[in-house]
Ligand binder design. Structure first.
Ligand code: 3HC
Length: 314
């Protein structure tokens, strides 16, 4: 197969059309801010049609709240909404992505799923496009290596890490992670676009967990180990950090908010890739995930979020 070196290709330096792959809480938040703050057209796709319509409905909810608070007029909200379009196809085929300048992948933390998406992006995006991932722990250099099109074009130099924080509309940070292969033009354009989205950018090397999760996840895991060891109740552990250290939420609440499956998978990446036993996930964390107690999104984690009343005992 033919291989085109990146020096022979002209890379985008301005972003007008964005694609977001994955309409979960992160993908929808990214699409919302890209339209609302950066003012670009956004195409959003998800392999599940029901997840996509749920996500688009959430955009309407967010916009409704902004109008109610008087932060946006009805007309402005309509404009933000009109720039966001759900993809017709479940996959990337069908030519809908042919004019995209920047694609941001925001699917769950599975290496094979992300690798398949990067190979598909390399095939279906125009030659100038940037291929970004919102991964919170997977190596960008590994993902970049899978950005090869069906006809053999290597797009590794166009891949960059673009790590957002939940809730995306509120959190002011984007962590930018160059892969070993990333072209400096791609890095600079990605930084500029993050700033257009109103975010402050920090840059991290492509190491396990980057800056953010290398520090955050062991902290959350330590709180779970403390709970396991009976050091304090979940409420006392959370309140200690919330009121004693001025954290907006305690570590166990934050774990529920992020998703316990995500926390576990990040700890597993840290442990596997460093070989350091200090990153061993708490047994309780694994058990909670096995039980399907994934946090807020599943209705139950360390706390209960299910509005359904528990039936009284017989
Ligand atoms: N989407 C959009 N806006 C939201 C929102 C959401 N999901 N949740 C809250 N907001 C907005 C509210 O509308 C409100 O806006 P306003 O000031 O215009 O009225 C504002 O945020 C504050 O909300 P609330 O008053 O309801 O609640 P709080 O003051 O408790 O703030 C919070 C909520 C911002 C989530 C705060 O508790 C917080 O900062 N928590 C920590 C969040 C955090 O650490 N996130 C990072 C997680 S790690 C991560 O994402 C990385 C990954 O790799 C694991």
């Amino acid at each position: 197969p033919r291989s085109v070196p990146h020096s022979a290709r002209s890379l985008t330096t301005s972003v007008d059309r964005v694609a977001v792959i994955g309409a979960g809480q992160m993908g929808i938040g990214i699409a919302y801010v890209a339209s609302k703050t950066a003012g670009v057209d956004v195409l959003i796709s998800d392999r599940s049609a029901s997840q996509l319509s749920k996500g688009l409905h959430f955009v309407d909810t967010l916009l409704g709240k902004e109008v109610k608070k008087g932060k946006l007029s009805n007309g402005e909200a309509d404009q933000v909404r009109s720039r966001i379009r759900g993809a017709r196809e479940n996959g990337l085929e069908g030519g809908e992505f042919a004019d995209v300048d920047l694609a941001i992948e925001a699917v769950s933390e599975s290496l094979p799923v992300k690798q398949a998406i990067f190979s598909s992006l390399a095939t279906h995006l125009p030659p100038h496009a940037i291929l970004a991932s919102n991964t919170s722990s997977i190596s960008l250099s590994t993902l970049a290596a899978s950005a090869v099109s069906q006809s053999g074009e290597n797009r590794a130099s166009q891949v960059v890490g673009f790590h957002f924080f939940n809730p995306v509309p509120v959190m002011k940070l984007v962590e930018l992670i160059p892969a070993l292969q990333t072209d400096p033009t791609v890095l600079a354009t990605a930084r500029e676009f993050a700033e257009r989205m109103g975010k402050t950018v920090t840059q991290s090397a492509d190491t396990p967990g980057f800056i953010s999760n290398r520090l955050l996840m062991p902290f959350i895991n330590e709180a779970i180990l403390a709970l396991e060891a009976g050091v304090g109740s979940k409420e006392d552990i959370d309140t200690t950090l919330k009121l004693g250290m001025n954290h907006p939420m305690g570590p166990l609440t934050l774990a529920d908010f992020i998703g316990l499956d995500t926390c576990l998978s990040i700890m597993e990446v840290l442990q596997r890739e460093t070989g350091d036993c200090k990153y061993r996930p708490a047994v309780l964390l694994g058990r909670m995930v096995s039980a399907g107690y994934l946090g807020k999104k599943s209705g139950r984690g360390f706390y209960n979020y299910d509005a359904t009343p528990v039936p009284p005992p017989p």
